[in-house]
Design a protein around this ligand. Structure first.
Ligand SMILES: Nc1nc2c(ncn2[C@@H]2O[C@H](COP(=O)(O)OP(=O)(O)O)[C@@H](O)[C@H]2O)c(=O)[nH]1
Ligand SMILES: [Mg+2]
Length: 231
């Protein structure tokens, strides 16, 4: 059982061997992080080994189950480790050393000033290639469902207390998890707060892989919204 007050960090990761070590070490070094869990979701590189060697608890899916699937496994693993009452911090694997800034996301939840905090990122050092189509879909969908306008509706950097986690599960599949989570937690009447956090991640470019990523995001966000329509 945890003796300190803090959150358990959960990182869904696929093919992140280049960055996962720095991300794990940055999070593990925070006073407000009790433990770091990495769910390797069917990587074809050695993400799992690197994460384990960096001090994380690691669980590996032999096949990819999507981001939400990895997050669900992460929560189950946290519960098994005895963190079943602790807030949860979800962090993307590609934040590298900047992940240490996530302390700013955890503090308001520990202080009971918010039930769900969501990091908004500053302008990124490398330019992105997206048109913002998925961002708009997510923002407008959350707004239609709840009246709340998200600055960065797709941000995966989120800290939830147990009331918010209860409201947010089961997660919307795949890349719909963030938009579904915001709607479900708001509809439960809980406090959702966006917090600017000084983070840098790998910006998705304009190549075919990036376009496929955005297409998959669009499909999953739309599905999350459809399943929450008229409720
Ligand atoms: N579980 C799971 N996670 C993934 C998959 N693809 C990417 N990720 C992770 O999801 C997070 C966000 O992915 P990223 O490529 O940074 O997306 P972006 O920030 O939206 O451009 C990172 O931690 C990735 O390692 C996948 O197929 N399954
Ligand atoms: Mg990213």
């Amino acid at each position: 059982m945890p003796t300190r007050i803090g959150a358990v960090a959960i990182i869904p990761a696929k093919d992140e061997a280049q960055r996962i070590a720095q991300t794990v070490v940055a999070l593990a070094g925070l006073d407000v992080v009790l433990s770091v869990i990495v769910i390797d979701d069917g990587s074809t590189d050695n993400t799992a080994d690197v994460a384990g060697a960096s001090g994380a608890y690691v669980m590996r899916h032999p096949q990819s189950t999507g981001k939400a699937g990895a997050m669900t496994t992460g929560v189950e693993y946290a519960d098994q480790l005895g963190y079943d009452q602790s807030p949860v911090l979800f962090a993307d694997a590609d934040l590298a050393a900047t992940a240490s800034a996530l302390v700013d996301l955890v503090r308001p939840v520990l202080a009971d000033e918010a039930d769900l905090t969501i990091a908004t990122l500053p302008p990124q050092q490398s330019a992105g290639g997206g048109s913002g189509r998925v961002v708009r879909l997510g923002r407008e969908g959350i707004e239609a469902a709840t009246g709340w306008t998200a600055k960065q509706p797709l941000s995966g950097q989120r800290c939830l207390n147990r009331a918010a986690l209860e409201a947010a599960t089961p997660f919307a599949p795949g890349w719909g998890v963030e938009v579904g989570m915001s709607i479900d937690v708001l509809r439960a009447g809980l406090r959702v707060v966006e917090v600017p956090v000084d983070l840098q991640h790998r910006v998705t470019g304009t190549d075919l892989r990036a376009k496929l990523h955005r297409a998959a995001q669009y499909r999953d966000v739309r599905q999350a919204l459809r399943r929450r329509a008229d409720r």
